[in-house]
Design a protein around this ligand. Structure first.
Ligand code: COD
Length: 298
């Protein structure tokens, strides 16, 4: 079982070198991450973007650009579409976002023409280390599905469970998060959470132990769960946190990164290939581990 972000990089290494296409690659921090992945032996790279700006960014980053294949495309959203098309045509195994908006990349991925649709729901997930417990926790969705319906939450949950399996977490404990741990009809997230929990009991979601609603504290802290008297196979020991909507997911993500110096690996799953979406706020380490996660899953 993988229990650290370093372990994700080792898993990627064990899976062999993969070709990653970086779209709008004129970003020094992204170049550092892809260059490190090349050095670590997990990636070959294709950089699409404005070549002059890529060279300038490489100078700033201290990256030797001769180790990377370059493709000229000045317009960032066209670069996103070209990069996604290369993955859909089998020329690369995964795509990583550079200096282009998240929604431009996601729109290219969702395009019926040259995109990476599979018929499944695509969802964003992040993996972070709980250092005191020496284990990984996955949370979803911080960046793609804005206000998921009950059915979409079920698919987000299934996607996260499938990734947990690939990380060797065989029967992950899933907490469906709300503000409180009781069903309250004034809080729709609590109703969805209890339905997701029942759907898993009935086999509509497979491969994990799902419980909710749980509040964040009693999902991850055994002490909080004990104080509240919650009897649950998940409370206090969740491997996966399913967030009620993008606001909760994104605020949780940014809180970890900006206020708790957390390091996360993040990727969009459910498409034909992983899509690595990092945000400007992410550290270099987070960008590298996101790439490693994408490679491990591709
Ligand atoms: N999985 C599979 N198919 C999808 C998904 C999904 N998650 N989302 C939309 N689709 C399909 C729809 O069924 C439809 O066929 C087509 O894609 C277009 O659907 P729309 O019109 O709802 O989608 P768009 O193009 O308007 O928006 C999709 C985005 C993913 C771009 C949108 O949901 C979005 O902007 N999400 C938030 C992205 C963001 O800003 N994140 C930043 C946070 S840091």
């Amino acid at each position: 079982m993988v229990s650290s972000l370093r372990g994700i990089a080792e898993l990627a290494k064990a899976r062999g070198t993969k070709t990653c296409v970086v779209v709008a690659a004129e970003d020094p921090e992204v170049l550092v991450a892809i260059d490190e992945a090349v050095t670590y032996g997990i990636a070959r790279s294709i950089l699409i973007g404005n070549l002059l700006k890529i060279e300038q960014a490489a100078d700033i980053a201290g990256v030797d650009i001769s180790r990377h294949t370059l493709v000229e495309e000045d317009n960032p959203s066209t670069a996103a579409r070209r990069g996604v098309l290369m993955v859909s045509q089998g020329e690369a195994h995964l795509v990583m976002k550079g200096l282009v908006s998240t929604s431009d990349v996601l729109k290219a991925v969702l395009s019926k023409d040259g995109g990476l649709r599979t018929g499944r729901l695509l969802s964003h997930l992040s993996v972070f280390e709980m250092q005191e417990n020496n284990r990984l926790v996955i949370f979803s969705d911080a960046a793609m599905n804005i206000s998921p319906t009950l059915e979409e939450k079920a698919e987000i949950t299934q996607n996260a469970i499938d990734v947990a399996h690939l990380l060797g977490i065989t029967n992950p404990r899933v907490a469906v998060i709300a503000a409180i741990e009781y069903v309250n009809s004034d809080m729709p997230a609590t109703i969805d959470a209890s339905c997701i929990s029942k759907m898993a009991e009935r086999g509509q979601i497979k491969g994990g132990i799902v419980d909710g609603p749980l509040a964040l504290d009693n999902a991850i802290s055994l002490e909080s769960a004990r104080i509240k008297g919650i009897i649950s196979p998940v409370a206090g020991r969740a491997d996966i946190l399913i967030m009620p909507d993008i606001e909760a997911g994104n605020v949780f993500y940014k809180t970890l990164v900006c206020m708790a110096s957390g390091c996360c690996a993040s990727v969009v799953v459910g498409a034909k290939a992983p899509v690595v979406l990092t945000s400007r706020a992410d550290s270099r380490e987070s960008k590298f581990y996101s790439l490693a996660l994408g490679i491990a899953l591709s």
